[in-house]
Design a protein around this ligand. Structure first.
Ligand code: PLP
Length: 389
């Protein structure tokens, strides 16, 4: 489909990526299992003058997904890697060298921090964390050797909103690349490259996959950063498997309607939770009571199904009682699938964005079940927490 096409998002999701007439009219792209690609003659082989040359370098299956993501992100190129964490690691390795300085938001997805504190530090990169609310004040932290500013908005578990346009503007003025983990919003509700970000990262494991059965990551770059990102991808050999790529491109077709339902149910439940005496705070960017709400409203066009609550004046015993009373919600990591999940949030890794949460924090992933059943389940959890307290 034409990239300038202004059709609605669900129409574009249904028709982007694969062109059926390229493969005998079949609606979905072929799942190409490949290492070797044959060349018709020695000259073509020597000059690699054909579209596909080797399995690690792309196939019709990976092209279908990456073209669809490019259209959603407005990017020059996208790579597909075996996990969301790999999608974090590859661009950082692409743009950081020994002696460089990287600024990372303190409310970052914890495994991103672990990669930075262990491997980046070992490779001689100076790692510094900044407060999510910093905005244009990030200017104060920029050094001559700052090469990358890593953002994630909203923040993991605590959902702090970052002023992405302000941060990206400062970074660009200093010659640093801005990267954003955009997993929460998906490109349907926020398009980082339109706001000055250079590289947008997704755990496609979450909403694009959508069914808790596949791991995949995507990294999308603007024209200025694409070549270096792509070179690093080829150098590292971190290509994803064709079945996983296929599952995610298939998931994209229904992502719009799924997200719409995640959004509506999560907001209904978040609003209901705001009125409950057992709940001290609801951390959801689309609620007017949330501190980062104005930024969310300015920059984002929707909210997804993941948010947190702080239980009023309770401790770990109450948090565990709440979780153990849930029957519809599963206890598990990850999110973005069809089923609801809950987890007791750990914030001990924070250095500057510690927050001042007076009770235990529970993160809820609102799935596609009927909201009335989810509310009844949470009511059981709150009752159990009350008894435990
Ligand atoms: C889950 C997640 C990742 C990592 O994705 P995996 O596929 O589980 O490795 C990265 N960033 C964020 C914000 C995530 O929620």
């Amino acid at each position: 489909m034409d990239k300038t096409d202004q059709k609605g998002i669900n129409t574009r999701l249904a028709h982007s990526g694969h062109n059926p007439s390229d493969f005998f009219g079949f609606v979905q792209p072929p799942v190409v299992h490949a290492s070797t690609v044959l060349f018709p003659d020695a000259n073509t082989m020597a000059n690699r003058t054909q579209r596909y040359t080797y399995g690690t370098r792309g196939t019709p299956t990976s092209d279908a997904l990456c073209a669809a993501i490019d259209e959603l992100e407005g990017s020059a190129g996208t790579i597909a890697v075996p996990s969301g964490l790999a999608a974090v690691v590859v661009p950082l390795l692409a743009f950081l060298s020994a002696g460089d300085h990287v600024l990372i938001v303190d409310s970052v997805y914890n495994p991103t921090r672990r990669f930075a504190d262990t491997m980046l530090a070992r490779l001689g990169v100076e790692v510094e964390y900044y407060a999510p609310e910093i905005g244009a004040d990030i200017e104060r932290l920029m050094k001559p050797n700052t090469k990358v500013v890593w953002t994630e908005s909203p923040g993991s578990n605590t959902f702090e909103m970052q002023d992405i346009p302000a941060i990206a503007k400062v970074a660009r003025a200093h010659g640093a690349v801005t990267m954003m983990d955009n997993t929460w919003a998906t490109p349907l509700y926020f398009r980082p490259l339109d706001h000055g970000v250079d590289i947008s990262v997704h755990a496609a494991t979450k909403y694009p996959g959508g069914h808790s059965d596949v791991l995949l990551g995507t990294v999308s770059a603007n024209a200025a950063c694409w070549e270096r990102l792509h070179d690093t991808f080829l150098t590292l050999g971190v290509c994803a498997g064709p079945d996983d790529i296929y599952q995610v491109q298939r998931g994209l077709k229904t992502m719009g309607v799924r997200l719409d339902r995640h959004q509506k149910s999560a907001l209904e439940i978040a609003r209901w939770l705001e009125g409950r005496p057992e709940v001290a705070r609801v951390l959801h960017p689309a609620l007017p009571s949330f501190p980062g709400h104005a930024i969310w409203k300015r920059d984002f066009s929707g909210s997804s199904g993941l948010f947190s609550i702080v239980l009023a004046g309770a401790g770990q015993k109450q948090a565990h009682a709440f979780l153990d009373a849930l029957e519809v919600f599963g206890l598990g990591y990850s999110w973005g699938g069809h089923e609801s999940l809950a987890v007791h949030v750990y914030l001990g890794d924070r250095t500057v964005a510690k927050g001042n949460h007076d009770g235990p924090m529970i993160r809820l992933q609102i799935g596609l079940e009927d909201p009335a059943d989810l509310i009844a389940d949470i009511e059981k959890g709150l009752a159990a927490a009350r008894v435990a307290g």
